[in-house]
Design a protein around this ligand. Structure first.
Ligand code: ADP
Length: 273
């Protein structure tokens, strides 16, 4: 029609333009609603540890401070609440930076198996307290190389492995497994813990979403760990999948680009020439 009737053409262009603008406005509205909801969620989450710490301190001021035993107990509880507040704020900062796209991923080639072993060491205490075993499903003596952001992937593994410990039973296990594909490495973190009810599985990556608030509260979670994991992996153009059965266990897996070591590349070039 465009060559035959210029008016019709202009009209069609206007309709296209209007629908584009309409779409943009809808997106802005959505972003605004998201922002408002986010602030409401955050304020709510911040209140909990602040009120708790405040409660202990006020009770101390009210006279509990005179009893040495109570004093120690309440100060310890107040400190624990403030500690939780600190990690919540840290998580929030990470999440908002990643969501706003301020953070760029710094790619480097590293051995993800040795990173997993470092993380086991960091979390050993927590696991040991509950007799939970941390293990590699298979040990690759030569390492498993990926091309990814070392510190962000470190955060991903810390969040997944600490969840696997938190939502486990005493005496349980957590296994990390690597499967090398042609261009990627599949990383799987599996536990034989509480599992996630089917109706909650799709929502666990939402910020502040927790299965059974009381169960997670007891474990001191912020509800941001998996949202951070998902965003970091999206920054790597990777997605994460979850497979879980209540009272059986849970398995999270994601792919990372396989890494090629620089000196290997150099060696190949040398033998070629
Ligand atoms: P939280 O800080 O509460 O742990 P996350 O975002 O890390 O928040 O996880 C969201 C929710 O998903 C948790 O509250 C928990 O209910 C559930 N969840 C996460 N990992 C596991 C797991 N390995 N086993 C069972 N439930 C899990």
């Amino acid at each position: 029609y465009s060559s035959q009737n210029p008016l019709k053409r202009i009209n069609a262009e206007l309709v296209d333009y209007a629908s584009l603008k309409h779409q943009e406005i809808e997106e802005l509205k959505k972003a605004e609603a998201y922002r408002r909801e986010f602030i409401a969620d955050v304020s709510h989450e911040l209140k909990t540890p602040i009120f708790a710490a405040q409660g202990y301190i006020l009770t101390l001021l009210d006279g509990a401070v005179d009893d040495d035993k109570v004093k120690y107990k309440f100060l310890k509880k107040a400190a624990k609440s403030l500690n939780g507040l600190d990690s919540l704020v840290q998580d929030l900062l990470t999440l908002s930076k990643i969501e706003s796209g301020v953070i760029t991923m710094h790619y480097e080639v590293f051995d993800i198996q040795s990173l997993a072993l470092d993380i086991f060491e960091q979390l050993e205490n927590k696991a040991h307290k509950r007799s939970i075993q941390l293990m590699l499903e298979k040990n690759y003596p030569e390492g498993i190389y990926v091309n990814a952001d070392y510190s962000r992937i470190s955060q991903v593994l810390i969040n997944l492995v600490s969840n696997a410990i938190k939502y486990n039973q005493d005496g349980g296990w957590v296994k990390v497994r690597f499967d090398e594909k042609e261009k990627e490495v599949l990383i799987t973190v599996t536990d034989n813990g509480l599992g996630i009810p089917e109706e909650d599985i799709a929502r666990v990556f939402e910020r502040f979403y927790r299965v059974e608030k009381s169960r997670s509260k007891k474990q001191g979670g912020s509800g941001l760990g998996l949202a951070i994991v998902k965003h970091i992996l999206e920054g790597h153009n990777a997605s994460i999948s979850v497979d879980s059965e209540e009272n059986k266990g849970t398995s999270f897996s994601f792919n990372l680009e396989k890494g090629v070591l620089n000196n290997e590349e150099v060696n190949i070039q040398r033998t070629d020439s």
